[in-house]
Design a protein around this ligand. Sequence first.
Ligand SMILES: [Cu+2]
Length: 299
Amino acid sequence: MGLQLPKRAQRVGLGLALGLTLLLLGACNAEDKAQAKRWAMPANSPGTEQAEHIADLWKWAWVALLVTGVLVWGLIFWVAGRYRRRSEDEIPVQTRYNLPLEVLYTIVPIFAVVVFFYWTVTVQDKVLDEVDNPDVMVEVTAQQWSWTFNHSYGDAEPGGEVVYEAGTASKIPTLVLPVDQTIEFKLSSPDVIHSFWIPGFLMKMDVIPGQSGEDRNSFQVTTTKEGTFMGKCAELCGTYHARMLFNVEVVSQADYQKYLEDQKAQGHFAEQPLLGGADAATQKGLAEALSHHSDGGEK
Ligand SMILES: [Cu+2]
């Protein structure tokens, strides 16, 4: 005879085994383990001055949430123990309404939301703050399904001469940036909404078609350390959305100048930024954007 268990116990056992298996499967990824170890905080210190503010908001939000969590879990277990049913023939006091308590648990969450809102807006203002004369201007084009980075060349204003690096769905482009400089990104899309995301900078922003000139979405970063970062599109933008990857290299200012000259020597130079992508003519939906570009740039 095999082991006889009540139906219910069998079902509970099966559920537990399934749950445990899922947990183990989920946790066997090294990246997941590393994330758990650092409490889901970013892996490295962020690469820009602006990102420091975001990292602080992230960290202190965690602290506030943990304190709230510990308090709530503590109360749950304390109440469950303190007011448990102590015998078969006696039911603990059943409380139906408690006005002061209800007022308290309405006001406390509202207060918490107000505090989070205040700090979110404060950090957002800092992150979106722009100086009038950034050191470097990069006009970023997101197109289905890659990126073109137009670096203003010499003293050219936005919309003027650029050296560019254009990716395709099969070639990942690199965004080269100088360290210790304030860089402005102006974002253009000739087709659909994309999102320009550099996780290492803790920053992303939507790239919206139809915007041009000064009305484009833009933000500035002040790089603080040399290094390699990864970038990607964070808005599901079509079939090959997942191929919209790019690399970010933050290099010394001298290396940045050298990069610009190298790009120019290779012929990646244009009188106006490429806002429809280098392959605009061959990629569906981009020909129109290119024709705007060749007959006088943005409307
Ligand atoms: Cu995209």
